[in-house]
Design a protein around this ligand. Structure first.
Ligand code: AMP
Length: 283
């Protein structure tokens, strides 16, 4: 496994690999890797013959006052996990190389980004789509793997890839959870032990919603109300959003069905957590 920080060297390596007929599988991340990232890498290993991981805490997707500076970073333990998962190349560029002086080009997906996290984090998805588009151009992947943990992000990236005719297959992967159900996230390290316990309210709320749906409840408002009450039963929990959306358009639904996804964003103390689940699926 090789770690490459230089953007041009990375692009040359990937272009050469493509010319040799190698199938490039790509997993973009912000590092501080956990078993969720590992599941993407393992699937990428199966589907491609050159497995590329990028580690880049992308400044353009963080808003003012968000956690760009404090976002956890640990390249040496990431490299160990990556090597064990069979990664061939890690791309870990510096921000100055990705966004040099005079940088002025951004990718903006309309519509899908107006709701959910896009509403509470203005500019976030513009940063995500811009960096993913740049990474695709550098890494030249045949396929790229993303987690359903970031459900809206996956929908936005699928839209961008289709709209810009990017020759990349987008693969969505299931959410990996801790044994007690908490969705794995690099940001979970921010949680104190008490907050870590309170954070289980998110998965608990998703389970409650699935029980209601299976029990015959079809009103999105009624399910959202029950979920909201469950979340607010935790001290220090602040709801950013709880929405039930159609899985592809991300439009709010009033009557739930097989294509309904419940998405939530909740602050536990200072830590903002997101989670989601298809309403009719067990969590
Ligand atoms: P991040 O490093 O948080 O930007 O995430 C990089 C990729 O890993 C994204 O496609 C995420 O959706 C995915 N990911 C993060 N957490 C999980 C998880 N718990 N299960 C599955 N995929 C995840």
């Amino acid at each position: 496994m090789q770690i490459i920080t230089d953007l041009n060297q990375m692009q040359q390596r990937c272009l050469a690999a493509r010319e040799q007929g190698r199938r490039i599988a790509f997993v973009p991340t912000m590092g501080y890797l956990h078993a969720g990232h590992r599941s993407l890498l393992e699937e990428g290993r199966k589907r491609g013959d050159l497995l590329v991981l990028s580690i880049f805490v992308n400044p353009t997707q963080f808003g003012q006052g968000e956690d760009f500076e404090s976002y956890p970073r640990d390249l040496s333990s990431d490299a160990a996990l990556a090597e064990a998962a069979g990664v061939d190349l890690i791309f870990a560029p510096e921000a100055q190389q990705m966004y040099p002086r005079g940088y002025a080009t951004y990718v903006d997906v309309e519509g899908l980004t107006d709701t959910l996290c896009g509403r509470s984090r203005p500019g976030h998805f513009r940063g995500v789509t811009t960096v993913v588009c740049k990474l695709f151009t550098i890494v030249q992947p045949h396929l790229a793997l993303f987690g359903c943990k970031d459900f809206q992000q996956l929908a936005v990236i699928r839209r961008m890839t289709a709209d810009l005719n990017l020759p990349v297959e987008i693969v969505g992967m299931p959410i990996v959870r801790e044994a007690d159900g908490l969705a794995m996230s690099s940001r979970n390290v921010y949680l104190s032990p008490e907050e870590r316990t309170r954070a289980l309210a998110l998965v608990d709320a998703l389970r409650l919603a699935a029980r209601l749906a299976h029990g015959g409840e079809r009103s999105a408002a009624a399910i959202i109300e029950a979920v909201s009450a469950r979340i607010l039963s935790e001290p220090d929990a602040l709801i950013d959003y709880i929405q039930i959306c159609q899985k592809d358009s991300l439009e709010d639904q009033s009557v739930v069905g097989r294509d309904s996804v419940l998405l939530l964003a909740v602050k536990i103390g200072k830590t903002r957590l997101i989670d989601n689940n298809y309403l009719f699926e067990e969590v």
